[in-house]
Write a protein that binds this ligand. Structure first.
Ligand SMILES: Nc1ncnc2c1ncn2[C@@H]1O[C@H](COP(=O)(O)OP(=O)(O)O)[C@@H](O)[C@H]1O
Ligand SMILES: [Mg+2]
Length: 371
């Protein structure tokens, strides 16, 4: 496995407001790992709930066509209720689609029709910035934005990376879990270089952790060494940490999801609740400078050294997603939309997929906000 080399420079510029209505610094966190089943949705749901319990106003965005985050909050949509699909494809205001799912908690829900968005956005101009624009125009107030991403590095995940300033990577510390990390970090670096200079990796959260295994501790040591080697560099992960809190394997977390509840209502004394409460404290502590209003990426003193390779066999990586500049006049394909077809029998199609770039842009693209 080759760790990515960081870009030498990062463009300056801030595109999305960094303050909420009270002038307080906001956190905008994309929960990403292109591997499925690593704990993204569980982390988004329960970290969000823990932050809300601590008094933060939290906006959750379900950007996964599987809509697991929406189900986790027991907010399954019935036919024709608006979802994040309508925000991205039809330009429907976020304010009309968000719904309260608890005290201090708002959810921008997903429906399985979101799978169609991957295909429908292929010809849309500036499709990577749709979510950012929609959120910028929203008037809902929040302190923390948490986006649950699909298990891919396609156009939906790129939208999350463009809309956020921070990446949280849930990871299971075993051999296979590290396979895609290099590609994920490369994608983060690419998005930061081309579209979103504020983007950085906040931290890696170890999920379903089994601290007693030798392999897990070796993997964690490797990760910490790698992150240490990037300190004071230009890499988007130069301030990243492996959070001290490891979310232990706890069946209550899986049960809570199946009952449409967070761990704090389902089993508030469980290890799962304790771990996510601790993780929330750590995430609030470790803002890495990214939550400071007006902050630019920290000045780098040197490019990141080449990190030591992890001891693992090389694996085939998915195709690098094409990241286009928001202002680029031409639309380019982002990723094979194969996963969008035939998987969801309930898929609602409201718009024929064959659109010209111009028609799509007129329908969904709003004028870019002034930075
Ligand atoms: N710490 C944990 N202990 C036990 N089960 C967990 C834990 N975290 C997640 N799970 C379960 O593992 C499965 C995958 O987790 P999920 O959060 O949906 O992953 P992802 O969103 O990355 O696909 C789900 O069934 C979830 O309930
Ligand atoms: Mg998920």
């Amino acid at each position: 496995m080759h760790w990515p080399s960081p870009p030498e420079t990062a463009d300056a510029g801030v595109a999305l407001s960094l303050c909420n209505h009270h002038g307080k610094a906001m956190r905008q966190i994309a929960v990403i790992n292109q591997k499925g089943g690593v704990g993204k949705t569980t982390t988004t749901a329960n970290l969000g709930a823990a932050l809300a319990l601590s008094g933060r106003r939290v906006l959750l965005v379900d950007l996964d066509p599987q809509a697991h985050l929406t189900l986790h909050y027991g907010a399954e949509l019935v036919e024709d209720e608006p979802s994040v699909y309508d925000v991205l494809i039809d330009g429907r205001p976020v304010d009309e689609v968000v719904r309260p799912v608890g005290e201090n908690l708002l959810l921008l829900p997903a429906h399985i029709d979101l799978a169609g968005a991957e295909t429908e956005l292929v010809s849309v101009v500036a499709r990577e910035t749709l979510l950012r624009r929609a959120l910028t125009q929203a008037t809902v107030a929040y302190d923390v934005l948490l986006i649950d991403c699909p298990p891919s590095l396609g156009v939906l995940t790129i939208n999350a990376l463009v809309a956020c300033s921070e990446v949280l990577i849930p990871l299971q510390a075993h051999f296979l879990a590290l396979q895609g990390l290099s590609r994920l970090l490369q994608t983060v670096a690419l998005v930061r270089e081309r579209i979103n200079p504020r983007l950085r990796v906040g931290g890696i959260a170890l999920c379903m952790h089994e601290a007693t295994t030798k392999l897990a501790s070796e993997v964690v040591d490797d990760l910490r060494r790698f992150l240490e080697s990037a300190r004071d560099s230009t890499a988007p992960w130069s301030d990243a940490c492996v959070y001290r809190t490891c979310v232990r394997r706890n069946i209550k977390l899986a049960e809570a999801a199946s009952f449409g509840q967070t761990i704090f209502t389902y089993a508030p004394r469980s290890n799962g609740a304790l771990d996510y409460a601790d993780l929330a404290h750590e995430v609030l502590e470790h803002d890495g400078g990214g939550a400071v209003a007006g902050a630019e990426p920290a000045a780098a003193t040197h490019p990141a050294p080449e990190p030591p390779p992890l001891a693992m066999a090389p694996v085939a990586e998915p195709a690098v997603p094409a990241v286009t500049d928001a202002a680029a006049p031409e639309a380019r394909p982002v990723e094979s939309p194969a996963r969008a077809s035939g998987r969801n029998p309930r898929q609602r199609r409201r718009r024929p997929p064959a659109q010209t770039a111009g028609e799509s842009a007129a329908a969904v693209a709003q004028p870019a906000p002034t930075p």
